[in-house]
Design a protein around this ligand. Structure first.
Ligand SMILES: Nc1ncnc2c1ncn2[C@@H]1O[C@H](COP(=O)(O)OP(=O)(O)OP(=O)(O)O)[C@@H](O)[C@H]1O
Ligand SMILES: [Mg+2]
Length: 277
């Protein structure tokens, strides 16, 4: 799965807040890659630096954040050295984000179709917007009639599909999904995750999935990075990290998952079963 020419390569990224006694090393020297068409998960407890790391990819971390060191190579460009104008262009056209709360990203006074139209309009001049709206609704399995609905008339799952449609309007190379299903109930979570899996296959989208849920990791990710206190403490293929976690912290995170695949770890033997492993 390791890609020698990844679409995203983050090297030794350091992001700090405050200074002196108030210094917070939110991201403390992390390095990771995402290959083309690959789904990579960043997992870790609350405050471990997952969101800041992903926002930093297009320099969207909060204003107070200081980019102290590191490089972010994406599609042949070094993001931290780009101008605001260049970054804005990439945000809309090559890297898209979806977040936990779709409602907060949608404008309540406009219809869903209008918002998708805006997302298309910003990035693609000269496309037939009406047929593009219909195509995007179809891609995320929303009925056409919802184009005229307002956000408050839609369910949480429908809203998140709408956000995904808007994120895809610019045909991004990388989709960053920060806890995209946390606010949804379990069956709807499953539908949205299936949709993301389908998109990564069909559209050959690279996905950086941020979650604290190892169940999601096991279903969706090719590789996983485990973060703790701004650092990456473990990384590997999903199978390896889930079934042979090395780091104590990863083991603890795993223990918090109610159910994983009912498959024993690769290292399981009758002998070590006695050890209570
Ligand atoms: N605007 C800010 N000012 C100061 N510190 C901040 C700011 N935003 C984030 N931080 C700090 O940066 C660290 C990383 O935060 P981040 O939001 O990346 O965590 P996270 O892993 O996404 O957590 P969660 O799972 O809760 O979303 C935390 O210690 C947080 O307190
Ligand atoms: Mg977060």
């Amino acid at each position: 799965m390791m890609d020698s020419n990844p679409i995203l390569k983050v090297s030794n990224l350091n992001i700090h807040f405050g200074s002196g006694d108030d210094l917070v090393k939110a991201v403390d020297g992390i390095s990771f890659t995402v290959g083309r068409g690959e789904t990579v998960a960043l997992v870790g407890e609350s405050g471990s630096g997952k969101s800041i790391s992903s926002l930093a990819l297009t320099k969207l971390a909060p204003r107070a954040a200081k980019y102290v060191a590191g490089e972010i190579h994406f599609n042949g460009q070094e993001m931290l050295s780009l101008s605001d104008r260049e970054l804005r262009q990439i945000r809309g056209s090559q890297i898209s984000y979806i977040f936990q709360e779709p409602m907060s990203s949608l404008n309540p006074v406009f219809t869903v179709g209008w918002q998708i139209k805006e997302a298309i309009g910003l990035h693609q001049k000269g496309v037939d917007r009406k047929s593009e709206i219909i195509r995007l609704l179809d891609v995320v399995h929303l009925p056409q009639r919802l184009a005229t609905a307002y956000p408050h008339e839609m369910s949480g799952g429908q809203l998140q599909r709408c956000m995904i449609a808007m994120a895809l309007a610019c045909s991004p190379d990388l989709l960053v999904a920060d806890e995209p299903t946390t606010a949804l109930d379990v069956t709807v979570q499953r539908e949205i995750l299936n949709l993301l899996a389908e998109l990564s296959e069909k559209v050959d989208l690279s996905i950086l999935m941020i979650t604290h849920n190892f169940g999601i990791v096991s279903d969706l990710a090719d590789r996983v990075y485990v973060m703790q206190k701004g650092r990456i403490v473990e990384e590997g293929t999903t199978h390896k990290v889930l079934y042979e976690p090395q780091h104590e912290y990863t083991k603890q995170l795993m223990a918090a998952v109610p159910r994983l695949h009912p498959k024993p770890p690769a290292s399981f033997t009758i002998e070590n079963a006695k050890e209570g492993e």
